[in-house]
Design a binder for this molecule. Structure first.
Ligand code: MN3
Ligand code: MN3
Length: 338
């Protein structure tokens, strides 16, 4: 059937960055560009020797957490960012979200770069088969995707943004724990899998701004809801968090108990779940326990000891962008913009 053009007049607008639509879109757009990187800048081949000597039980968990992370980044790249960007009306927000979506494709690809370097094709395929069969991973992907695929009004858009913040600021971290712990010297006091850890660090820096940005958009959307609707979504947000936490705890026990790190990872989950709530402008809901100092240190970008400029080995490509500092994670934003 041929489609007829709608003859009613409408105006097609071009994005005008000289006329900001809020106080922070430009800040995040600049931040995105400043932090931009590609998987080709990091070649984890120097981890090969360490990998080969790593305890097979740890190798097993490492492969699986990267597989799980790949699934979540695939969802963000192909569904989360595109669908939310499609429904927000502000052109600047659409563009910032599109850029973030593009980075999600780089994230997913960079895990494959690590797999290609460390594993055989068969081993890699096994990881991807495991992703499809793991009930906890499938549960989180299904729940988050459900919100992305059902945006029909302000309320469902708000909930989709909440789901996105939960993914960005909470669900990734069970996966990030092991690479951070190994690169930070958690095992035998020696930094291991450092090159792969660098990639994870770049990804964490990105996810950190994604969670803050979508959290701000969610807070704007929340203000548009009626008091009654706000009550309904508050209830749903807390219920969703609890459901995801329960699942995340099972995922953590399943993966990390065999290597004795499950308790540490659970404390880390709580820390990040509270951070996700705060990104939404909500009060933290869990009582926090001290998180592993090695992993905490791994999150603090300033203390990284790895220097890529001193490792110009064969096939090792220099990062073209400057190193991040803690200041990169501090956002001063006026949310009371009119
Ligand atoms: Mn990502
Ligand atoms: Mn992200």
């Amino acid at each position: 059937m041929s489609k007829t053009f709608d003859k009613s007049p409408r105006v097609h607008k071009a994005i005008n960055w000289n006329r900001p639509t809020n106080a922070y879109n430009q800040t995040f757009h600049d931040k995105n560009i400043e932090q931009m990187w590609t998987h080709t800048e990091y070649i984890p081949s120097k981890d090969r020797n360490v990998w080969d000597r790593l305890d097979p039980a740890i190798q097993e968990v490492y492969k699986k957490v990267l597989g799980g992370l790949t699934l979540l980044d695939t969802k963000q790249a192909t569904i989360g960012m595109p669908l939310i960007s499609q429904v927000v009306e502000d052109l600047h927000q659409k563009v910032v979200l599109s850029f973030m979506g593009m980075m999600e494709t780089i994230h997913a690809l960079s895990y494959s770069t690590i797999f290609t370097t460390l594993l055989t094709d068969t081993e890699t395929d096994e990881v991807f088969d495991w992703v499809e069969e793991n009930p906890y991973l499938q549960f989180k992907a299904e729940h988050i995707t459900h919100y992305y695929e059902n945006i029909t009004d302000s309320k469902s858009l708000y909930l989709a943004m909440v789901a996105s913040v939960f993914l960005e600021s909470f669900l990734f971290y069970s996966g990030f724990f092991l690479p951070l712990w190994l690169a930070g010297g958690g095992l035998e006091g020696k930094a291991k899998m450092v090159a792969s850890g660098e990639i994870i660090n770049k990804i964490i820096a990105d996810e950190s701004i994604h969670g803050v940005y979508v959290g701000l958009l969610a807070q704007e959307e929340y203000k548009k809801l009626t008091v009654e609707e706000q009550k309904e979504v508050d209830y749903e947000v807390e219920a969703l968090m609890k459901e995801l936490m329960e699942n995340e705890i099972k995922y953590t026990e399943d993966l990390y108990a065999p290597i004795g790190l499950d308790h540490e990872v659970k404390n880390y989950l709580i820390y990040n779940a509270n951070k996700a709530m705060m990104n939404l402008g909500k009060t933290p809901i869990y009582e926090e326990k001290k998180i592993n100092p090695i992993v905490e240190n791994g999150l603090s970008t300033e203390t990284k000891t790895h220097d890529f400029f001193s490792t110009k080995g064969a096939g090792y490509i220099l990062a073209k962008h400057r190193a991040l500092t803690d200041a990169d994670f501090e956002f001063v934003i006026d949310t009371e913009w009119d």
